[in-house]
Ligand binder design. Structure first.
Ligand code: GLA
Length: 657
């Protein structure tokens, strides 16, 4: 693996740059302004296929040569894009059957982007032709420090239902299942008489007027992930040499790709993150996305490849960032392990779909708060250069599994309120408010990976393999603390029930069985014996070894356990059979009993994260925050830390060794 790009030095700073949208004078001004702001890296060429190959087999690289040379002369490094997310009009015209088809059978039109199917042979051929040329021409260019393949695989094009996809799907199934008997068993095709006698009878799980076989749907999601990944690999093999990445469409938000399967194929993890403008506490989602990005790379430095200086153009309302918010957001990514701060985009576009999207150079120009903040951020990042390469450590891990996400959110589950991200966020947020830094792990992680953590949390693992459950049990027996939320461990990798009572493969580790689910009505809540309300879920827990910690004091399971603890071997397994309105009292108790280190006496709105000897303090409140136990140099001010973080401010303290 080529690893993190060697250049630029320090924390990389910049964004997506589309010089092709601007005349030469503006490009010259761009380079001057980039230098003024301290920009060190720009992503180039991401959607430029139509300019690089204006007609099939006719290439025009001159404009790119020129801008690369000029950026290089100005000391600005380039993350060179491959433009396959925007196939040119001539391609779609010549290969109309390369246009993706939705599950509902609608063929996607042109005029947008992501309008070629990753499985289509002509698209793969054209990709190889173009990317091979880019590699040959620019692989040794001194400005180019890394490659940026495609753009946001999986968003918006996740699954495609075109003919080429179905052909590839049958081949994928043949590889996965040695024979049709194995497929019929795995998919449970005895149900509704779906048995297959010939591979050619198997179609994609297209939209139907009733529920389509869930095992078939799960495999189609896996297949679709693998097809996009194969398209990425095709390019990666051609590029070689310098580090290669692709920008994830939001680690937390891009449901369609199983990013654990991608992580090992990237030299550096790159994530795009945009705030949900409507949520006042959206910085907690940002933190979760950043922690998941770091975890995908096994803790290695990663890159925030896109975020915004202000409003985005694709949400119901373009909510601009408040003063100081962009700085807090950028430095929160750095705090959580990013060695880059990159934006979409450098200069706001005058035309096209994203002209109301914020940028580093806004339409208002340089006499604007945004520009002044951009310049100030560049200066901060220069000062923070020494943070590069340092690592975040965590004592708590959350198990995150995209396959469980897909499975949970298929149709006909016991409650329409079961939602993967909702439970993930609830647990993450409670830990965040306690200043507990969290890593993420796949359920297939090695026992040695689990054992590095004092606490492992399973907020939403409806689908869990027997092997993963055994591993978790060994983790507990070896002294770990496991916390499991309701509706976990129910089905195997084919969405087939684990035999016996719920919670299937987790019965032994949790020391309980569940007799019946009693999901609550919409807006119904129940109360708990320790105080507080709970929503969504209630169930009849029967203890087979665990002890009750709290019971339901109203609702269908009044008097029966709602929270349990099972001491097993040297460790403990907790179970939470509902969605408490406030998870924090319980989680605080659990992490404290498990001996997790966490700072005390801090306001909830003060985010504290450590990268080795650097303590990042991000104040999300509009009053100053007092931080009692941190001493050292305030790196950005260059003076000893006073113990106070200004309202809305960020302080980075270098503590003495
Ligand atoms: C995504 C894309 C960018 C741009 C931004 C706008 O992240 O990768 O090309 O469309 O969204 O927020």
């Amino acid at each position: 693996m080529a690893g993190y790009p060697a250049r630029p030095e320090g924390i990389a700073y910049g964004g997506d740059y589309y010089p092709e949208q601007w005349p030469r004078e503006v490009q010259e001004e761009d380079i001057r302004l980039m230098r003024e702001a301290g920009v060190t890296l720009v992503s180039l060429g991401i959607f430029a296929w139509a300019l690089l190959e204006p007609a099939e087999g006719r290439y025009e690289f001159g404009w790119l040569d020129e801008i690369l040379d000029r950026l290089h002369a100005a000391g600005i490094a380039v993350d060179l894009g491959t433009p396959t997310a925007a196939p040119p009009a001539w391609f779609s015209r010549k290969y109309p059957d390369s246009l993706p088809v939705t599950r509902e059978g609608v063929r996607v039109g042109t005029g947008g982007r992501e309008h070629a199917c990753s499985s289509h042979p002509a698209f793969r051929r054209a990709t190889v032709e173009l990317v091979g040329r880019l590699a040959a021409r620019y692989g040794e260019h001194p400005a180019v420090v890394m490659w940026h393949v495609h753009n946001e695989y999986g968003a918006p094009l996740g699954e495609c239902y075109c003919e080429a996809s179905v052909t590839a799907w049958r081949e994928w199934l043949r590889q996965r299942y040695a024979g049709l008997d194995a497929l019929n068993d795995a998919w449970g095709t005895l149900f509704w008489g779906q048995r297959y006698g010939d591979w050619a009878e198997i179609d994609a799980p297209r939209w139907s007027h009733t529920v389509v076989n869930p095992a078939q749907r799960l495999d189609y999601a896996r297949f679709s992930n693998d097809e996009h990944l194969a398209h990425y690999r095709l390019q990666k093999e051609l590029l070689g040499g310098k580090p290669v990445t692709t920008n994830f469409a939001g680690t937390v938000n891009c449901k369609s790709m199983d990013l654990w399967t991608w992580a090992g194929e990237l030299d550096v993890i790159a994530n795009d993150h945009y705030l949900d403008g409507e949520r006042p506490d959206n910085h907690i989602q940002l933190a979760m996305s950043a922690d998941l990005s770091r975890s995908l790379g096994g803790g290695a430095p990663w890159m925030i490849m896109e975020h915004s200086t202000g409003a985005v153009s694709w949400q119901p309302r373009g909510i601009a960032k408040r003063p100081g918010e962009m700085r807090r957001n950028s430095l929160a990514h750095v705090a959580r392990g990013s060695d880059a701060v990159m934006f979409f985009q450098w200069r706001a576009s005058r035309f096209g779909a994203e002209k109301f999207h914020s940028a580093m150079v806004p339409h208002a120009g340089t006499d604007s708060a945004v520009w002044r903040d951009v310049v100030a951020l560049g200066a901060d990042l220069r000062t923070l250069g020494e943070v590069r390469g340092t690592r975040v450590t965590a004592e708590v891990a959350i198990v995150w599994d995209w396959v469980a996400y897909w499975a949970l959110e298929l149709e006909w589950r016991p409650s329409g309120d079961l939602a993967f991200l909702e439970r993930m966020s609830a647990y993450y947020e409670a830990l965040w408010r306690d200043h507990v830094t969290t890593d993420f792990l796949p359920p297939s992680a090695d026992i040695s990976d689990f054992s590095r953590y004092r606490v492992v949390v399973l907020p939403s693992s409806y689908l869990l393999t027997e092997a993963a459950a055994k591993n978790l049990q060994r983790y507990v027996e070896g002294g770990g603390t496991l916390v499991v939320s309701y509706f976990s461990g129910i089905v195997n990798e084919h969405d087939t029930m684990h035999p016996g009572a719920y919670p299937g493969v987790l019965r032994d580790v949790l020391g309980l069985t569940i007799e019946e689910f009693h999901p609550l009505r919409e807006r119904e809540s129940v109360t708990l014996s320790a105080g507080g309300a709970a929503r969504v879920w209630s169930e009849r827990v029967r203890l087979t070894g665990a002890r009750s910690d709290q019971t339901f004091s109203s609702g269908p399971d009044t008097g029966h356990p709602a929270v349990t603890r099972n001491d097993l071997g040297a460790g403990t397994a907790w179970y939470v059979a509902t969605a408490p309105a406030d998870l924090r009292p319980l989680l605080t108790r659990i992490v404290d009993q498990a001996g997790v280190t966490r700072p005390r006496d801090l306001p909830e709105t003060l985010e504290l994260v450590r990268r080795d000897r650097y303590v990042f303090l991000i104040n999300h409140a509009d009053i100053p925050a007092t931080v009692p136990d941190v001493t050292g140099l305030d790196l950005l001010a260059g003076t000893p830390f006073t113990g106070q973080v200004p309202a809305g401010g960020v302080t980075v303290v270098r503590i003495p060794l």
